[in-house]
Write a protein that binds this ligand. Structure first.
Ligand code: AMP
Length: 121
């Protein structure tokens, strides 16, 4: 599968569509989900063109991989849900059809601000 340059997160990264930005650095962009499922629902995306987690782990550099993981922790801290600032959170990435992935640019969800509930339905 080829990366779709016109997916919504690619447009956000190019600045063609606005987002409610939380944090940005060399490796990642984070913004609030447009349709929040919990009190806090943020997204963390790598700046590189990766379709999903498998694509990312196969092709990304070590710096990009570290940058994404550290980015998730940084965003959780900024949102006040990290264990040093708050009461914890859930992060997850949906992958392809069975994972329920809708946007074909790798993204981690961060849910928090309240108990998140059952892990899967
Ligand atoms: P997934 O099902 O894991 O691909 O999740 C895609 C997420 O992107 C959903 O939670 C959507 O609400 C969210 N989403 C879609 N479009 C936007 C947008 N323009 N800005 C922020 N979040 C979005």
């Amino acid at each position: 599968m080829r990366y779709d340059e016109n997916n919504i997160f690619a447009k956000i990264l190019r600045g063609e569509i606005p987002c409610k930005k939380i944090y940005e650095d060399e490796f990642i962009l984070s913004f609030h989900d447009i349709n929040p499922q919990k009190k806090i629902h943020a997204l963390v995306i790598p700046k590189g063109k990766y379709i999903d987690l498998d694509d990312f782990t196969n092709k990304a550099s070590k710096d990009e991989i570290v940058g994404l993981l550290k980015g998730i922790s940084n965003v959780a801290e900024k949102l006040g849900v990290s264990i040093n600032k708050g009461k914890g959170y859930r992060t997850l990435a949906n992958i392809n059809e069975h994972g329920g992935q809708e946007v074909p640019h790798l993204h981690f969800h961060i849910f928090g601000g309240e108990k998140v509930g059952r892990m899967v339905e």
